[in-house]
Design a protein around this ligand. Structure first.
Ligand code: PLP
Length: 422
């Protein structure tokens, strides 16, 4: 049995049937910003493996960090034990975020679960019974139970799982556009909080860019106002920077666009440069102090693979690499190329909107029926993207060559142009 046949018979792929209802491509290897298929075909990577491979693949420094760590200690339980790589990583995260208390865990969704639990414990420690969350329409925060329950109730999985999910509050998403007037969404937020602040433990949001729930870029003014209101009502502001973090929007963290500090931040995806599964929840000292000094006394969570040394070591190498590189200039250049190349796409008949920030370029079509066709065209022409619904988008490694980035966007253009309207 060929391994791809085994895949077809036995292996689930994300958001898919078994066997898969869509084409699955066999990958042989990767190098820098290229993906090599089994048949030898090379694809330029326009996805950076879902926002994670920020330096591209097989970077010598990251490979070296992992090889070195594997001989020292591949894993050790974190209950009652500490190790150097976890401490170094935590200090880096503290320095980068201006927050204080780090919980290292295995995946983005888990870090969101931990963030939600932490917010509940914080309120409980203060003697408050606040068991609900506030989230934005179009939000995406992950696929585990708690994370799902704060995803957009209409475009996510709420309808499938029914009452298995707990109910939370949702408010109007900030208006589309980095410079758009967001007074309406702010007004909606003010009204909702005035009415329900007594029930709400935390307000979770993706700062500046709502990712998987619509690739929506919005005005930092909204974030500033959210910070103000959360402080006023003692609701914890939870910034989910799993997608936006580590430079994707042109700032190290998207919160910096609004010059605000959340009470809790979640990071993941780019944390290890796309090498290992790892995420972190980071809180202010106030949050960890309130919980630790209360009757509850502890943060009740502890994954088996918490603070895995391999993941920590490659995360440390990735952050060093980022800081030693001219990533801001690189992301800026990427943004400029997206601006100039996307402008032409805007004029196409099928296109509703184009938008971009930092290393993220987005095309929104008027219809959602072309995603597979566009993906197929791009793959045939040497570009890997994975559109969903109406959204054709690209997130690239900061080290991508200018010509390769132009090829990605131009191939998306040709793909859309090639479509015969249904
Ligand atoms: C991807 C993502 C998550 C979930 O992370 P996983 O590692 O896939 O569990 C949560 N929040 C945001 C904003 C994300 O983009």
């Amino acid at each position: 049995m060929n391994w791809l046949d085994i895949d077809k018979a036995h292996v689930w792929h994300p958001y898919n049937a078994l066997p898969s209802k869509t084409k699955i491509l066999p990958v042989k290897s990767t190098n820098r910003t290229s993906i090599f298929l089994e048949n030898g075909k090379e694809l330029i990577d326009g996805m950076s493996s879902w926002w994670s491979a920020i330096h591209g693949y097989n970077h010598p420094k990251l490979n070296e960090a992992l090889k070195k760590q594997i001989d020292i200690m591949p894993h050790i339980m974190f209950g009652g034990l500490a190790h150097e790589q976890a401490s170094i990583l935590s200090k880096k995260l503290v320095d980068l975020t201006g927050l204080n208390s780090v919980f290292l865990c295995d995946s983005g969704s888990v870090s969101v679960e931990v963030a939600l639990k932490t917010a509940i414990l914080y309120q409980k420690a203060k003697g408050l019974k606040k068991y609900k969350f506030l989230a934005l329409q179009n939000a995406y925060h992950g696929d585990t139970l708690g994370a799902m329950s704060v995803c957009d109730p209409n475009n996510s999985m709420h309808s499938i799982y029914g009452t298995y999910l707990s109910e939370h509050f949702f408010t109007k998403a900030p208006e589309l556009g980095f410079e758009s007037d967001c007074s309406k969404s702010i007004e909606a937020l003010e009204n909702l909080l005035k009415k329900h602040h007594n029930e709400i433990a935390g307000f979770i949001l993706e700062p500046i860019v709502q990712g998987a729930g619509g690739m929506r870029i919005y005005n930092p003014t909204y974030l500033k106002k959210a910070r103000e209101l959360c402080t006023k009502y003692d609701i914890l502001l939870i910034a989910d920077e799993i997608a936006t973090g580590f430079g994707h929007t042109g700032k190290m963290f998207a919160c910096e666009w609004a010059c605000i500090k959340p009470d809790i931040m979640t990071v993941g995806k780019g944390l290890t440069g796309g090498y290992m599964t790892m995420a972190a929840m980071i809180t202010s000292k106030n949050v960890s102090d309130i919980i630790s000094n209360s009757e509850i006394g502890v943060l009740m969570h502890g994954p088996t693979f918490m603070a895995n040394p391999l993941a920590c070591s490659v995360a440390n190498a990735s952050i060093d690499l980022l800081k030693d590189s001219s990533w801001e200039r690189n992301v800026n250049n990427i943004e400029k190329i997206f601006v100039s190349e996307l402008e032409k796409i805007k004029k196409l008949d099928l296109v509703k909107d184009i938008r971009n920030i930092g290393a993220i370029g987005v095309i929104e079509l008027k219809d959602d029926c072309y995603a597979q066709e566009i993906q197929d065209y791009c793959v045939q022409n040497g570009v890997w993207i994975r559109p969903f619904g109406r959204l054709i988008y690209s997130i690239v490694a900061y080290s991508i060559k200018e010509d390769d980035l132009r090829k990605i966007v131009r191939t998306m253009y040709e793909a859309i142009k090639s479509i015969k309207k249904k």
